[in-house]
Ligand binder design. Structure first.
Ligand SMILES: CC(C)(COP(=O)(O)OP(=O)(O)OC[C@H]1O[C@@H](n2cnc3c(N)ncnc32)[C@H](O)[C@@H]1OP(=O)(O)O)[C@@H](O)C(=O)NCCC(=O)NCCS
Length: 393
């Protein structure tokens, strides 16, 4: 704002379709712009100069003019081996009917024994780099969300870096179980200007839960499949890209999703092996309770941060944990499930891969266009939860 004699001038840059209202006592007008991006200058009476604070607060609601960070390429990889509920029925004490009615899952994909998380991650990442029309030398940061790493150490992302021939730029893993992708996205977003202001960041969610499942435990083994999804982050024009993110963790509930042994808290021993303690364990009821109380609060919080409402969102990408639970959360939020995209029926719960795999699937089905507003939301072990709002470029 600058003042000039009896008047002051405010200059705002507004983006496509954005409606702005200038406070009636400052200037009696409502403006609705249909063309991108427009600069308006309006003179308001000197008497309103005392309202600078209000005007400045209003000005802060207008998108910055500078470029933003958003997705410029996306890829995914699902292993070819299909495992149907009937296949599961043959090795687990369950029925295909129970699985589909309680989870909505019909089949999932499993890796072959010689395939690791780094393989899935590298294949999905190569797809994303290709989609962005870039090469390995354009990547200045790699963040991999996974809870099924190739080794306890070093980071699986470093193995991915080698497989893809990426430069010696930072690469590390983020452990947030099924929230791993959105956590990684938030980390890469916040580190972008530090690590790669003139290049791009690679963000991957990849997991091979099939190698962690105990087929003697019917309460957890029926849910999961393997997969990987990846995005390339880069500069996008103002008004596009990542608009807001919310992250949270409730460590008091760390026990309800876990692999009890194999870490340094309980290293491998003959007892841990005979006690089957190296397998994934989940308290399904406690997870249901956490998810169905957290997501209905998290989505409004991230929307408020983005200054949007649920009605402004074109598509919701929920973590594909369980269709029954996702639909329950959508109902709690008052969102028509027609505005959700699902892959749980064909891929099951692919943990950290679930969000980018489902987003990529939605794009391939033509459900996302330039300018679409998207909400990505997830919950994972920890317990952790994360949501982000983006405007697709
Ligand atoms: C797992 C879940 C479907 C179980 O539903 P629930 O109403 O809590 O059911 P219960 O745990 O009381 O189990 C109900 C019955 O189904 C049985 N059951 C559990 N898993 C079964 C399976 N795969 N096949 C057949 N029966 C099964 C239980 O043994 C129990 O039998 P019982 O009544 O004879 O004891 C539900 O809690 C859930 O969806 N939780 C969220 C899990 C999730 O999405 N995890 C991933 C998060 S990242």
């Amino acid at each position: 704002m600058r003042t000039d004699g009896n008047c002051c001038m405010i200059q705002l840059t507004v983006d496509f379709g954005q409606k702005i209202s200038i406070c009636a006592s400052a200037a009696d007008q409502n403006l609705n712009f249909a063309q991108p991006p427009t600069t308006i200058q309006c003179w308001v009476p000197q008497a309103c100069v005392g309202m600078q604070a209000e005007c400045l607060r209003f000005g802060a609601m207008v998108p910055d003019a500078g470029p933003k960070i958003g997705v410029v390429g996306i890829g995914s990889y699902l292993p070819p081996r299909r495992v149907t509920n009937e296949d599961i029925e043959r090795c687990v004490n369950t029925t295909a009917q129970w699985i589909v009615s309680r989870t909505g899952i019909k089949e999932r994909r499993y890796v072959s024994p010689d395939t690791c998380t780094s393989d899935l991650a590298a294949w999905a990442a190569a797809d994303a780099i290709d989609d962005a029309k870039l090469g390995p030398s354009d990547i200045g940061l790699t963040v991999l969300g996974t809870s099924t790493p190739d080794w306890i150490l070093p980071a699986t992302s470093c193995h991915v870096q080698t497989k893809l021939g990426l430069p010696t730029a930072p690469a590390f893993d983020v452990s947030a179980v099924c929230s791993g992708f959105i956590y990684s996205l938030a980390v890469a977003h916040s580190m972008f200007n530090l690590c790669c202001p003139n290049s791009h960041a690679l963000v991957i969610g990849a997991d091979t839960f099939s190698k962690l499942l105990d087929f003697e435990d019917r309460t957890s083994s029926v849910f999961f499949g393997d997969g990987a999804g990846a995005v390339v982050l880069g500069k996008v024009p103002a008004g596009y890209g990542i608009l807001a993110t919310e992250l949270m963790a409730s460590g008091a509930l760390h026990d309800i999703i876990k692999v009890p042994a194999g870490g340094l808290h309980l290293p491998a021993s003959t007892d841990t092996l005979s006690g089957r303690q190296h397998y994934f364990r989940m308290d399904g009821k406690a997870v249901w309770k956490y998810v169905t109380t957290t997501i209905p609060k998290l989505v409004p919080a991230v929307l408020a941060k983005a200054k949007l409402e649920a009605a402004d969102i074109d598509l919701f990408i929920f973590h594909q944990a369980n269709r029954v639970m996702v639909d329950y959360c959508a109902t709690q939020l008052g969102i028509d499930t027609a505005r959700l995209h699902y892959t749980v029926e064909k891929y099951g719960n692919t943990a950290a891969a679930s969000i980018p795999v489902t987003l990529h699937d939605a794009i391939r089905q033509g459900r996302v266009q330039r300018g679409s507003h998207l909400v990505l939301v997830t919950v994972g072990g920890g317990m952790t939860a994360a949501a982000t709002v983006m405007r697709w470029y």
